[in-house]
Design a protein around this ligand. Structure first.
Ligand SMILES: Nc1ncnc2c1ncn2[C@@H]1O[C@H](COP(=O)(O)OP(=O)(O)OP(=O)(O)O)[C@@H](O)[C@H]1O
Ligand SMILES: [Mg+2]
Length: 247
């Protein structure tokens, strides 16, 4: 089992959009995939039409003994399952801080998925919290969606420093440009500066597109309602690039 997390300290950059489409594309490519919506906002759960509610107390996520499998919901696609969000997830960081050993329990709970899934995709909240520290520790790859502008690149550098300061496993952390509009001079300039030149950036990027925006009203992964569009192909290619890095 490999864990790919969509993470950025910045909000509204495309983490949820990437998480849903990457998980969907991976499932379509034949991988048994679990999308875990770790953001109390519950946007991935909403898009995939799964009620953002976890039965019982949120502290069960840290109970290494109880397998998290009970929380898993199926989707209409046989290879794609979801652990829904819950608004109580906002308390997860303080629960983790209360007991240092809790962190290893969270990753222990995660590891029980190893037998059932080839890929776990985490949709993270926009924060630099104890949950984020855990996510960095148990991921194989962190994908950081960023909009091409200097402030977003500054935040990416900040995120790299934050991860560098942590003890434990240091996964690969790679940025992926999102909402790219090549007609904009700044976007063109930054793509030329970073793509294929800076190894911290994935080669594939996602264009700005109104069909991607429609995911929240269609409540479905992009490919299911926008066949063969440029954006759908971009997500398939990005997923292939990501999977080639972890398998
Ligand atoms: N490539 C794109 N083209 C057009 N709109 C996009 C694109 N990517 C994301 N969006 C839109 O931008 C908004 C924010 O995207 P999304 O919810 O995926 O970001 P996020 O990083 O998960 O946000 P948050 O930090 O609140 O969790 C959404 O309305 C989404 O539809
Ligand atoms: Mg989100």
């Amino acid at each position: 089992m490999k864990v790919v997390s969509l993470y950025n300290i910045k909000g509204g950059v495309g983490k949820t959009t990437f998480a849903v489409n990457i998980a969907y594309e991976a499932a379509m490519q034949g991988l048994r995939t679990l999308l875990w919506d770790l953001d109390p906002q519950g946007s991935s759960s909403y898009i995939l039409r799964i009620k953002p509610h976890i039965k019982g107390d949120i502290s069960q996520l840290l109970d290494g003994k109880k397998p998290l499998a009970r929380l898993i919901k199926g989707t209409q696609w046989p290879l794609l399952d979801v652990i829904p969000s819950d608004f109580d997830l906002r308390r997860l960081s303080s629960l983790l801080e209360a007991k240092k050993t809790q962190s290893s329990k969270l990753s222990k709970s995660m590891k029980t998925f190893g037998r059932e899934y080839d890929l776990v995709v985490l949709d993270c909240a926009p924060e630099a919290s104890t949950v984020s520290e855990n996510v960095i520790n148990f991921s194989d790859l962190i994908v950081v969606p960023i909009i091409p502008n200097p402030l977003s690149i500054n935040t990416f550098e900040m995120l790299l420093k934050f991860a560098d300061g942590l003890t434990g496993k240091n996964p690969g952390i790679l940025a992926a440009f999102n909402m790219v509009d090549r007609r904009k001079h700044l976007h063109k300039q930054l793509l030329e500066k970073y793509l294929n030149r800076d190894p911290r950036f994935l080669r594939m990027y996602i264009p700005a597109s109104s069909s991607i925006e429609q995911m929240a009203s269609q409540r479905a992964p992009l490919e299911t309602f926008s066949h063969r569009s440029i954006s759908t192909t971009a997500f398939a290619d990005l997923t292939t690039e990501i999977l080639s890095l972890i398998t």
